[in-house]
Design a protein around this ligand. Structure first.
Ligand SMILES: [Zn+2]
Length: 60
């Protein structure tokens, strides 16, 4: 029996609030739901982060 490994159901993309790094040279960002701080700092460069809405695959 051979099972297909191409079981890629399309993941719906939804508007998601994220924290985005204010440093333009940095691509750091994180989902709001992963941050428990009111004003998190970028995990990559320690810059401030601002809230932003991105279209991202929905997390189950
Ligand atoms: Zn950064």
């Amino acid at each position: 029996m051979v099972f297909s490994r191409r079981q890629q159901e399309p993941i719906p993309e939804i508007e998601t609030e994220v924290w985005s790094c204010v440093n333009h040279d940095c691509t750091g960002w994180m989902r709001n739901s992963f941050s428990f701080l009111d004003n998190p700092t970028c995990p990559l460069c320690q810059s401030e982060m601002k809230q932003e809405v991105r279209i991202l695959p929905e997390l189950k």
